[in-house]
Design a protein around this ligand. Structure first.
Ligand SMILES: [Zn+2]
Ligand SMILES: [Zn+2]
Ligand SMILES: [Zn+2]
Ligand SMILES: [Zn+2]
Length: 296
């Protein structure tokens, strides 16, 4: 745990570096890599404990130095408790999901140690030495589950899995900051590189807007989405020109080309924001259908 926490702290230091010419999207993914290595190491530890205890079940348990074992376990549980509380607190302070996850994992190990200490006390009091391999197998299953969860979470991060919470908060922020010229948004994608957020989407604006106006919209969108986020991120918007089918839900009050009166303002929702581009344009390979993207 101490080695893996040290690796995580190193990974977080690298992840916090701002984007540079060699890594223009930032260094956030190293957080997921370190969590993946940690998960693999934990799975391997579970395998070793499991094989050892099955061997003991077959050959018959041999227990010696029970008091030394108990003392070592108590010492490591105490060290883990201090480490776990430190990691969890630092994770809360720096809003790092990876640190918080590691802290939870270390604290879970403390409870495992407490369980083993209790079991060994039973062995010491009753002399029923068969309890030892069974306790070890229970611990191995628990440790394997922890390692598996860490590994799966890190793979999801490495694979740029759609971040449902990020998409939800992005849509809500855009709806709050919405201007009458923001006629529609669609093709929205969001993923995390460690703590850095990457968001891109299409926005339909009045077709007669000039580059100055569109550029100013992009700046305001960026400010709304990233303001106050110390980790920073990337926002890229593809602008689409409106057409007459959108007039009935377009709130522009002074439109010279309106062909239909305004009827109803449609709020941005996760469903509408992640639907594919309703008009075919650009290279076919850039057309993506995200309509079945999960909401969580
Ligand atoms: Zn610019
Ligand atoms: Zn377009
Ligand atoms: Zn219009
Ligand atoms: Zn579009």
């Amino acid at each position: 745990n101490i080695v893996s926490a040290g690796m995580l702290v190193l990974a977080l230091a690298i992840a916090a570096r701002p984007p540079d010419p060699s890594h223009p999207y930032g260094h956030g993914k190293i957080e997921f890599l370190s969590a993946g290595i940690e998960g693999t190491a934990i799975l391997f530890a579970a395998l070793v404990i499991g094989v050892e205890s099955i061997h003991e079940l077959i050959a018959g348990p041999v227990i010696h130095d029970l008091d030394v074992g108990l003392a070592l376990l108590a010492a490591s549980a105490a060290a883990n408790a201090i480490l776990g509380v430190y990691l969890t607190r630092t994770g809360e302070r720096t809003r790092s999901e990876a640190l918080r996850a590691d802290g939870r994992h270390v604290l879970a190990d403390v409870w495992t140690s407490v369980g083993v200490i209790g079991g060994l006390f039973v062995v010491r009091l009753t002399g029923w030495i068969w309890a030892d391999p069974w306790i070890a197998i229970t611990v191995a299953v628990h440790v394997a589950w922890e390692g598996f969860r860490l590994l799966v979470d890190s793979l999801r991060g490495l694979m740029d899995e759609a971040d449902g919470r990020l998409i939800e908060s992005t849509v809500a922020t855009l709806e709050d900051a919405r201007e009458s010229s923001w006629i529609d948004i669609h093709s929205l994608r969001g993923w995390r590189s460690g703590a850095r957020r990457h968001i891109d989407f299409h926005m339909t604006v009045p077709r007669y807007f000039n580059v100055d106006q569109i550029h100013a919209i992009h700046d305001r969108v960026e400010l709304a989405l990233l303001d106050g986020d110390e980790h920073g991120g990337d926002v890229v918007v593809h602008f689409d020109p409106c057409d007459e089918t959108e007039c009935h839900h377009c709130a522009m009050s002074d439109c010279a080309i309106r062909s239909h009166p305004f009827e109803l303002r449609q709020p941005f929702t996760i469903e509408s924001a992640t639907r594919p581009d309703p008009t075919a344009h650009g290279h076919p390979a850039t057309r993506i259908d995200l309509s079945s993207a999960p909401a969580d």
